[in-house]
Design a protein around this ligand. Structure first.
Ligand SMILES: Nc1ncnc2c1ncn2[C@@H]1O[C@H](COP(=O)(O)OP(=O)(O)OP(=O)(O)O)[C@@H](O)[C@H]1O
Ligand SMILES: [Mg+2]
Length: 237
């Protein structure tokens, strides 16, 4: 049984259809990457998994349970968290308060809070140094670390990451990719949307390519990296 399974999912924004029958799966322990050009529907796929956008047709199951009718809070409490495209840091709250909020959402008890904070601080020593600083005054890279750290506070089974390397310098991009791999090695599955297709495919076990609301290709990271079509369309070759 796949950890996450989407079957023929169709989603709309009002009258505009965005997802036109998306089927994909994430197995336990996998990093799966989702590629596609701007507007293809990658973020909408993530919002649909989270219940922010309601699918009009199709099914989404997580650990064998249908989740496509659940409110977002119930989806999160089953073990799916997100690093959204927009990061959504609370600018006036401190780094630590931003992290704590991630845990409150899932009702993580106070006794679990400290160990989770320590875990996040061990992945991101920079956040520990800055734990009293207002979230809004962090640099772009630090805010991205905070968004990832916050997603981990709920001890998710699956994290949906929407362009975690966006706007970061090459050194930070490398760091973020290393952190994604170490989160994965800790047993968390990851669905990764990235413009940085080459790096994403190099760490992903499998990947999907999306075009105007449909999955048009799928394969192992290596297969996609070496596919002629993918190389021209997404790797700029
Ligand atoms: N709230 C919304 N209302 C109406 N249309 C929307 C809304 N959000 C997204 N769309 C449209 O849905 C389509 C898919 O958008 P989506 O954000 O899923 O694309 P994406 O693949 O994540 O693109 P990008 O790589 O640019 O982030 C786009 O045409 C977009 O304009
Ligand atoms: Mg997007």
């Amino acid at each position: 049984m796949a950890l996450l399974e989407m079957t023929n999912v169709v989603s709309f924004y009002g009258l505009i259809q965005v997802l036109r029958g998306v089927s994909l799966r994430v197995e336990n322990g996998e990093i799966v990457c989702l590629l596609g050009s701007n507007g293809a529907g990658k973020s909408t796929t993530m919002k649909t998994i989270l219940g922010i956008v309601r699918p009009r047709e199709g099914a989404i199951s997580f650990k064998g349970e249908l989740i496509d009718r659940l409110p977002t809070s119930a989806v999160v409490s089953r073990g799916i968290s997100t690093v959204p495209e927009s990061r959504r840091i609370f600018p006036r709250l401190s780094v630590e308060e931003n992290l704590e909020i991630g845990a409150y959402v899932r009702g993580v008890g106070l006794h679990r809070l400290r160990p989770q904070l320590d875990h996040v601080y061990s992945l991101f020593p920079r956040l520990k140094e800055r734990r009293r600083q207002a979230g809004g005054t962090l640099s772009g890279g630090e805010q991205q670390m905070l968004a990832i750290g916050r997603a981990l506070m709920v001890q998710p089974k699956l994290v949906l990451m929407d362009e975690p390397s966006m706007g970061l310098s090459p050194v930070l991009v490398d760091q973020i990719f290393e952190i994604i791999q170490s989160i994965n090695q800790g047993g968390t599955s990851i669905l990764l949307v990235e413009q940085n297709a080459r790096m994403a495919l190099s760490i992903a076990g499998r990947g999907y390519v999306m075009q105007t609301g449909r999955i048009v290709a799928e394969g192992t990271g290596q297969e996609l990296l070496h596919s002629e079509e993918i190389r021209t369309a997404y790797l700029g070759e």
